[in-house]
Write a protein that binds this ligand. Structure first.
Ligand SMILES: *Cc1c(COP(=O)(O)O)cnc(C)c1O
Length: 468
């Protein structure tokens, strides 16, 4: 995806390029992937030609009389608005729920709302939205089954911050622990390992994208005697795979690590809000021995600004708190100032939809994801959909223009669509129709064949000439 913004894997390499992977020697298998990723390394500067710069210019002395600058700025903003409408309507690759109306919250734009520090402690800065924030936290605590007086949490700036926090709590609980995460984990998990200088083991994944617990077991046995901090994916970024939490716990116990020798962080950025509503999905809850659970607020929840929720156990958080007299609050969060608007947006949408509303949306998305996978397979296109997921993985489109138009994320021979509540059957039909038409031109010459996805999603899901 050279030349496109926001490719997650490419960004992770930025860090790999400058820093030695901690604990590399613990895990020889991680080498392969890093080298592969390096090839796709792009710096921000190379992308500069795609992004037009809107320069900031000094006001002219007569601006107020002529009104030229105001007119110019109004024009820029109007064009930007048009562009956003168009770009939003063709967005299928990123798990962003565009289905919302926050008109009622416009009145808060003029306030500098800041929830700096701990949400449960008063701050001398009075322009905050803690009352909304705690309402949101309680809602998620109930969803993930932890009592009000047993949890601690906060509204974060994104899913990444949730991971950074969860893993930090794990390390504070087990300073000598090793971080285990599957190779399909989000790059923020490995970033956390580097930031905190933790030994980190990349565990292999199955074709589905789930953590391979046989490989996990062999690593645990090789590191006997050291506590384990485990990142469990509740929906991986690329394949939407939900790691088998019960099997992870059983594997830990089989390797002699009892409940007081491991810490599990659940990365539910994508699927943490959906999983409780998926029938037959294994339960992910604080009734099981997990230490923390996080979700992104701008993905399925549907907030317009990046945000997220992180919940952990009260007993763990005391290890992390330190006194910061300056703001007169205890601070166990990662950032200092925190967005005070996002908890209001979350509070608004959670109130409007409720558990029932999200349940309905999840069912619809699951159904539409199956619909998309079936249409792709009917059209002879390689595709896979994990049982508990709404992420449809399919053959990487040959044409970069097409990829940009639909804002697809690509990795190796794969691309994906994450079916969100705003993604309608009509939109999916339009996409499949366009892809089918384009493919017939890309592959009309027999010498160029569609890519083989056997290594990515298995022979059974691949429709290439070799696999059939
Ligand atoms: C998106 C994602 C993240 C990161 O969340 P942000 O809110 O983008 O920081 C982490 N983990 C997974 C599995 C994700 O899909």
């Amino acid at each position: 995806m050279v030349g496109t913004v926001g490719f997650e894997s490419a960004m992770s390499v930025k860090w790999n390029g400058n820093m030695k992977e901690v604990g590399e020697e613990l895990n020889p298998t991680s080498k392969v992937h890093e080298e592969e990723e390096k090839k796709e390394f792009v710096t921000g500067k190379l992308n500069a030609h795609v992004i037009r710069c809107l320069s900031i210019t000094e006001p002219n002395v007569d601006d107020e009389i002529t009104g030229d600058k105001d007119a110019y700025m109004t024009d820029v903003l109007a064009q930007y608005q048009k562009n956003l409408v168009e770009r939003t309507s063709n967005q299928l690759g990123y798990p962003v729920n565009h289905d919302y109306d926050y008109g009622a919250l416009g009145q808060f734009q003029q306030f500098s709302i800041n929830n700096l520090g701990d949400p449960f402690m008063d701050s001398t800065y009075g322009v905050h939205s803690r009352q909304f924030e705690i309402g949101v936290l309680d809602w998620f605590a109930r969803l993930w089954e932890i009592e009000r007086d047993e949890y601690w949490g906060y509204v974060t700036n994104c899913g990444t911050e949730g991971n950074l926090h969860g893993i930090l709590v794990g390390r504070e609980v087990f300073p000598n622990g090793i971080l285990y995460a599957s190779e399909d984990s989000h790059y923020s998990v490995f970033r956390a390992a580097r930031m905190y200088r933790m030994d980190c083991v990349k565990v292999r994944t199955l074709l589905s994208g789930q953590i391979d617990c046989a490989d996990f077991k062999s690593h645990l046995l090789a590191n006997k005697g050291r506590p384990a901090i485990v990142n469990v994916n509740i929906g991986t970024t690329v394949k939407g795979a939900v790691d088998d939490l019960d099997l992870v716990i059983r594997t830990l116990e089989e390797c002699g690590l009892s409940g007081d020798k491991f810490y599990i962080h659940c990365d539910g950025a994508l699927f943490g809000l959906m999983i409780p509503f998926v029938d037959c999905a294994p339960k992910v809850s604080f009734k099981k021995p997990i230490g923390s659970f996080s979700v992104s607020g701008h993905k399925f929840v549907g907030c317009p600004m990046p945000c997220g929720v992180q919940i952990t156990r009260m007993k763990h958080i005391n290890a992390l708190s330190s006194n910061v007299d300056y703001i007169a609050t205890r601070d166990a969060t990662i950032m200092g100032s925190r967005n005070g608007h996002s908890p209001i947006f979350m509070w608004y949408t959670l109130n409007k939809k409720g558990y029932k509303g999200f349940d309905k949306e999840v069912q619809r998305c699951l159904k539409n994801a199956h619909y998309l996978k079936d249409r792709l397979r009917e059209a002879g296109i390689s595709a896979m959909l994990n049982e508990l997921s709404t992420t449809v993985v399919f053959e990487r489109p040959r044409d970069e223009e097409f990829v940009r138009r639909w804002q697809l994320v690509c990795l190796r021979n794969m691309s994906h669509i994450v079916v969100m509540p705003n993604v309608t059957i009509d939109r999916l039909d339009g996409f499949v129709k366009e892809l089918t038409e384009k493919r017939s031109t890309w592959y009309q010459d027999q010498r160029v064949q569609p890519p083989c996805l056997a290594a990515d999603i298995g022979k059974g899901n691949c429709t290439c000439a070799l696999c059939n």
